[in-house]
Design a protein around this ligand. Structure first.
Ligand code: DX5
Ligand code: ZN
Length: 210
């Protein structure tokens, strides 16, 4: 069953609790939290305090996506706040130390790849990361169109023998999800397509049956 992780970037910031509760009651598997530092990406979003409050109110796993030039500076803050999984971008350089610190805190670790970054970039970490996130849009904003070139990369990572979670993020909708799962995807981040859906529960049930 493909896991569905609503991205709260598409939720109403004024009614965040209401929208997250709607997603949790609709049967999502994780909550995806996009953290942006206005450097790695041209946008700014979410802090450790947001994660702390989500952790305090909702028991659901928190999938934290760090789009930051220096994630190591706030790693402990997000771990202390209750992140279940922390994903860092391969484009920032060697991540061995960061992965070790995430595991030491008892959380799972993910590696993200921008659309233009080749699958080979994850090779050194195949045994060290529980999750690989293949960005299907250029990171920084929701509501973009899915880049179908990335589907091939998902298959390439599976062919490398990776057995962990492969997650995709950006432009995923109910009508393009199957072509991702057929290539080895096991978790889908969805922002606009879910939070704009009047019957989120029925949509998640259908996607879980894929
Ligand atoms: C973009 C973020 C995504 C985004 C997904 O940089 O990482 O999580 O919010 O939103 P949609 O599904 O609307 O593309
Ligand atoms: Zn994301």
């Amino acid at each position: 069953m493909v896991k569905i992780a609503p991205s709260i970037l598409a939720a109403d910031p004024i009614n965040l609790e209401r929208d997250v509760r709607r997603a949790v009651e609709a049967g999502c598997d994780w909550i995806h939290v996009d953290v942006m530092d206005a450097h790695f990406v041209p946008n700014l979003a979410y802090s450790p305090d947001t994660v702390r409050r989500l952790r305090a109110v909702f028991g659901i796993p928190l999938d934290v996506h760090l789009m930051m030039d220096n994630p190591e500076e706030l790693l402990e803050a997000f771990l202390d706040a209750g992140a279940s999984n922390i994903t860092v971008h391969a484009e920032i350089g060697d991540m061995s130390g960061i992965l070790k610190r995430i595991h030491k805190a008892g959380a799972s670790a993910g590696i993200a790849l921008k659309p233009a970054t080749p699958a080979e970039a994850v090779k050194p970490y195949l045994e060290k990361a529980e999750l690989i996130l293949a960005m299907t849009v250029e990171p920084g904003f929701g509501g973009q169109k899915l880049d179908e070139h990335v589907i091939r990369k998902i298959g390439e990572i599976r062919k490398m023998g990776y057995r962990g979670e492969i997650e995709a993020d950006g432009g995923i909708r109910e009508d393009n999800l199957q072509m991702l799962t057929e290539n080895g995807l096991t978790a889908a981040v969805m922002g606009t397509a879910l939070f704009r859906n009047e019957d989120m529960k029925a949509a998640i049930e259908r996607m879980h049956r894929l």
